[in-house]
Design a protein around this ligand. Structure first.
Ligand code: FAD
Ligand code: NAI
Length: 483
């Protein structure tokens, strides 16, 4: 096997593995290197997303939702459950099996697309001039450290090395009592008292999982506003639902010293009124954001430029300061989302192949997989106001949707924001059942520059939750039919 590749992708998370597959589809000779190992020491491609992120969190959210439904919602349907119990270890084992299916799926896709996979840590060695080794196109020499060390040369390099959880100063993750997402997804017993720092996406999703299973959950959030990036009306509705569920969220706190004892953790903090408080919990999840990861990459060997946050500096096309070196996903600017990483990976592979890959950063949807789910795309009402855009808003509550009533889940609403003059959809915001699925229609509408009237004129199946999107679009013109 030649060690020269057209494209070497470093990292097989959603940014990297998708870039590798797309480049191979376009006829490139591609290698992908990933360091992640499973408990048995085998390759576990898929990155944070597959191993300790999107997939395992959704598996646990599903299990815990089943448990909550069995305990609270089934009775309404005339279904009685006796002796309901949770086997958290089994739930986590199922989650691990789901992760493994996804790891194996990626290895299969590499084979299918003829991507050569290396399990190990990749580091830059040096730039290689064309013809420096016989038949070489030149590019960059990359060393792979691991069970099967190798030295490769790639004409083009795509760095997709992801991100790591940010720790609280003075409270390093031990994954026993102070947990990052990794530990939070691996608890095999339900803690009696669980604390979370940060009521962002992980705080809400993980807090929901363990609350549903019986933990007493307290979330301490530094900012005075709940979900500040979310449309205010939607955030308010979501907060109401979380309060009702008993997810205790304290806003505007200042976290102080975190002390770990043999059993339990105490967090000293000042509440929004400025009063000194202490939170004593069995486990503490710290979910205060993530930082770009370049561990082991030896970026300095080739002079790869980083910004002050440690992210690799790229332009709008994901080009770094080095010719032939690209970077995508969590390790660069922009939202840390799997689908954003994937879109960048595809676009870069296409650019390398001489095509015109494109990512519309204004149309990246966000989803928080709590119950109710929260999903949005485009601008919020507060952003439109700040931008001085004249807009019309239309909303429709799930309470008035037949399918939601049949499901027994009528929390929330769909809201559509459209340009006052042209009626073009500028934002869509959903809190409620299956918001994660419903948002796709809105993204597509916005990608096609649809007006609210366009959505309103489309025939939506009845009864379906998606009729709420149609009704919200009708509401923009103040003519809902069912509310
Ligand atoms: P990663 O997925 O982090 O992959 C990077 C890979 O590179 C890793 O496998 C790593 O081992 C490897 N690597 C790093 N350095 C090297 C090296 N030097 N050599 C070889 N390999 C290396 N996003 C969503 O869109 N939806 C969700 O529902 C969602 N849920 C999440 C839940 C949690 C708990 C967390 C933590 C994150 C979640 N995310 C979600 C975010 C999502 O996981 C990330 O945005 C996504 O994984 C980023 O993809 P990436 O390819 O940039 O990096
Ligand atoms: P986040 O950025 O979503 O939320 C962090 C929260 O912590 C913020 O509300 C912030 O104000 C607060 N915070 C920061 N420092 C604090 C401090 N010292 N004390 C108290 N509060 C503090 O980050 P999170 O939840 O860690 O998730 C990281 C990223 O992972 C997300 O931003 C997202 O990109 C991705 N993710 C995506 C998911 C999805 O798409 N469903 C699910 C989970 C994670």
């Amino acid at each position: 096997m030649s060690n020269q590749f057209d494209v070497i992708v470093i990292g097989a998370g959603p940014g990297g593995y998708i870039a590798a597959i797309r480049a191979a589809q376009l006829g490139k000779n591609v290698a992908c290197i990933d360091a992640w190992s499973n408990a048995a020491g085998g390759a576990a491609p898929g990155g944070t997303c597959t191993n300790v992120g999107c997939i395992p969190s959704k598996a646990l959210l599903q299990s815990s939702e089943h448990f909550e439904h069995a305990g609270h919602a089934f009775a309404d349907h005339g279904i009685s459950v006796k002796g309901l119990a949770i086997d958290a270890a089994k739930m986590v084992a199922r989650k691990d099996a789901v992760v493994k299916q996804n790891n194996d799926g990626i290895l299969y896709l590499f084979k299918k697309n003829k991507v050569t996979f290396f399990h190990g840590t990749a580091s830059f060695v040096k730039a290689v001039a064309p013809g420096a080794t016989s038949g070489a196109q030149g590019g960059y020499e990359i060393a792979v450290a691991g069970k099967a060390p190798a030295t490769l040369v790639g004409a083009q390099i795509i760095v997709a090395t992801g991100s790591n959880p940010r720790a609280l100063p003075g409270a390093a993750f031990d994954e026993q009592q102070i947990l990052s997402n990794t530990g939070a997804l691996a608890l095999t017993e339900v803690p009696k008292k669980l604390g979370l720092i940060g009521s962002g996406v992980i705080g809400l999703e993980m807090g929901s999982v363990w609350r549903r299973l019986g933990a007493e959950v307290t979330v301490l959030e530094g900012l005075p506003t709940f979900l500040g990036a979310v449309d205010e009306q939607i955030a308010k509705e979501a907060k109401k639902a979380f309060d009702k569920q008993g997810l205790k969220i304290e806003l505007g706190v200042k976290v102080g010293e975190v002390k770990v004892a043999k059993k339990g953790v105490t967090v000293a903090y000042t509440n929004a009124k400025g009063e000194a408080q202490t939170l004593a919990v069995d486990k503490l999840i710290v979910s205060i954001g993530r930082v770009p990861n370049i561990d082991g990459l030896n970026a300095q060997a080739v002079g790869l430029q980083l910004d002050e946050r440690g992210a690799i500096v790229v332009d709008a096309e994901c080009k770094t300061n080095l010719p032939g070196v690209w970077a995508v996903g969590d390790v660069v600017r922009g939202p840390m989302l799997a689908h954003k990483a994937e879109e960048e990976g595809v676009a870069v592979a296409e650019r390398i192949a001489g095509q015109h890959g494109h990512v519309d950063f204004n149309l990246i949807p966000w989803v928080i997989y709590t119950s109710p789910e929260i999903a949005w795309v485009g601008r919020t009402e507060q952003q439109l106001k700040a931008d001085g855009v004249a807009y019309k808003a239309g909303s429709f509550p799930f309470l008035a949707n037949g399918r939601a009533r049949a499901l027994g889940d009528t929390t929330g609403l769909v809201k559509i924001l459209a340009d006052a003059k042209t009626d073009e959809v500028l934002g869509a915001h959903i809190v409620g059942p299956m918001a994660s699925e419903l948002i796709a229609e809105c993204v597509m509408a916005m990608a096609f520059k649809a007006s609210a009237e366009d959505i309103a004129r489309i025939c939506h199946a009845h009864p379906s939750l998606s009729e709420s999107t149609k009704e919200a679009a009708l509401a923009v013109d103040k003519r809902t039919l069912n509310f």
